[in-house]
Ligand binder design. Structure first.
Ligand code: SF4
Length: 289
């Protein structure tokens, strides 16, 4: 069992000063931060999040923008389908929830682009709900500190949620405990080099007590980026974000030499609704032609 008071006290002193943690951040601000932070480091998200909050402080303001402009403002955060889903989510919150992000997990789960993690993160961090918030960092800390394993096994939403639910303290500190657990995984109990000597859980950590046994599960696949379709899709999107209107095919062709891969990526962007084709065969961000 983790000592919640120890962890929360550590967080009180060591929490990073992130813009979305500052007083006055709305539930909408928390939701946008959580979507942006999926698979994207804090340092890249922070400036974009600040721009978005200044420009679109309410869901209705984002919903009123054309999708192309939202994708342009997404910049190089990557995985741009998130931006389209967030745009759609803003439209639903504005139209069906009075422009206020819902507080209840089930209602949040029904919104476009909101999954098990994000729904609970918003309920906890925006509204102080007592619910398990489980991301990769939390899974790793719990695997080590509670179960004595070097790393978490493959994810399983129900098992992971009930595992972390059993660790939550009472409602008064549950959300802060969840934030602390995530922060510990992000800054101290990191995947490759956990800084156990700096960890508030050092004396109770099951993995340390067991002598830090090596991970005996399947090795994790490391996601490469160079040369992948993800890289090529990003390059194609860069061209469209940097121009005001539709572009002709040769402007896209110069970004990548392998024509088959380039075509596959452009097709997938069209299928995903991130790019549209004009009747005269040019390409543009959605709605920008
Ligand atoms: S003592 Fe080490 S392994 Fe255990 S939770 Fe802390 S950083 Fe992670």
């Amino acid at each position: 069992m983790l000592d919640a008071d120890t962890l929360v006290s550590w967080f009180d002193v060591n929490a990073r000063d992130l813009p979305w943690r500052r007083p006055g951040t709305t539930a909408w601000g928390v939701l946008v931060s959580e979507i942006m932070l999926q698979q994207t480091p804090v340092a890249r998200v922070a400036p974009i999040w600040l721009e978005w909050m200044a420009r679109w402080p309410l869901p209705s303001a984002l919903a009123a923008e054309p999708a192309g402009e939202v994708l342009r403002a997404w910049g190089k955060l990557g995985y741009p389908r998130r931006a389209l889903r967030l745009h759609e989510c803003a439209r639903v919150v504005a139209a069906e929830h009075g422009d206020v992000v819902p507080s209840d997990v089930d209602t949040l789960l029904a919104l476009p682009g909101i999954g098990a993690y994000t729904a609970r993160a918003v309920a906890a961090f925006a509204y102080g709900a007592r619910c398990p918030v489980v991301d990769t960092n939390v899974r790793r800390v719990v695997a080590r500190a509670v179960h004595g394993a070097a790393d978490a096994g493959p994810p399983s939403t129900n098992r992971d949620l009930s595992d972390v639910d059993g660790l939550l303290p009472g409602v008064a500190t549950a959300a802060r405990f969840s934030a602390a657990l995530m922060e510990l995984g992000a800054t101290v109990c990191t995947a490759r080099t956990p800084r156990c000597a700096d960890c508030p859980l050092w004396t109770e950590c099951a993995w340390v007590r067991a002598g830090r046994p090596v991970y005996n599960g399947k090795p994790k696949t490391v996601q490469r980026f160079a040369g992948t379709d993800r890289q090529v899709r990003g390059l194609l999107m860069d061209v469209l974000r940097d121009t005001a209107g539709p572009v002709r095919r040769p402007m896209l062709d110069v970004v990548w030499a392998d024509a088959a891969q380039r075509d596959r990526c452009l097709d997938s962007l069209l299928v995903d609704g991130l790019v549209e084709q004009t009747t005269d065969g040019r390409f543009a961000l959605p709605g920008e032609h």
